[in-house]
Ligand binder design. Structure first.
Ligand SMILES: Nc1nc2c(ncn2[C@@H]2O[C@H](COP(=O)(O)OP(=O)(O)OP(=O)(O)O)[C@@H](O)[C@H]2O)c(=O)[nH]1
Length: 185
């Protein structure tokens, strides 16, 4: 009889201990789960941040590369680009055109540098339309170079190129020469 009572007592106590023990274990699992989730979220944010920084770096690198090889005013290739691409341009184009605007200094002095800048942009746009922007370069000041095919040069063509800049009495001269294009057999 005494034994029975003791058995019941221990049975009940164990049941309570069991419940407490399971609860503690469950709470432990939940805490570990929450901590792991937190860690994963932190890692996810870190990877996102690294990816973003890498994308920004890549963009910056592309921007720097563009700036190193382009004229900021006209967005044409600059002197460095022209020299570095000279061989390739020679191989793919039969003629080289060199342009130098006339009276540009006078136009600058008379109408101001903003108008002067605009003349350069208009001329860059005109030759880009004729030869393709990738084949045109601004060497500096009012000097430009373009690579292209042989074009029947007429007074009309010349006027067309200088159309808008002529409004400021700014003309232009050009020289054309054959490139040393290699024949592809
Ligand atoms: N507005 C403007 N002017 C520039 C720029 N770069 C150079 N210049 C000016 O361009 C002028 C070029 O002068 P010149 O080479 O004598 O040109 P020009 O008056 O056409 O004379 P020729 O070429 O001998 O016919 C200079 O006054 C420079 O200050 C630019 O980016 N913008």
């Amino acid at each position: 009889m005494t034994l029975d009572i003791a058995d019941e007592f221990f049975e009940d106590s164990f049941a309570i201990f069991n419940i407490i023990d399971t609860s503690i274990k469950n709470a432990g699992f939940i805490m570990i789960g929450v901590a792991m989730l937190h860690m994963l979220r932190h890692k996810h944010n870190l990877i996102k941040q690294i990816n973003q920084e890498m994308a920004e770096k890549e963009l910056l690198q592309k921007k720097l590369q563009f700036e190193a090889y382009h004229d900021p005013l006209t967005a044409l290739g600059n002197r460095r680009a022209c020299f570095e691409l000279f061989e390739t341009q020679q191989e793919t184009h039969s003629h080289l055109y060199y342009f130098d605007l006339d009276n540009f200094k006078t136009a600058n002095d008379k109408h101001g540098h903003l108008v002067g800048d605009n003349i350069l942009k208009l001329f860059a746009h005109a030759i880009s339309k004729e030869f393709g922007a990738d084949n045109c370069f601004r060497l500096g000041g009012d000097e430009f170079v373009a690579f292209g095919a042989s074009i029947p040069i007429t007074e009309q063509w010349r006027e067309q190129l200088l159309n808008e800049s002529q409004a400021f009495f700014c003309g232009g001269k050009y020289w054309v020469c054959r490139t040393a294009r290699k024949r592809i057999c």
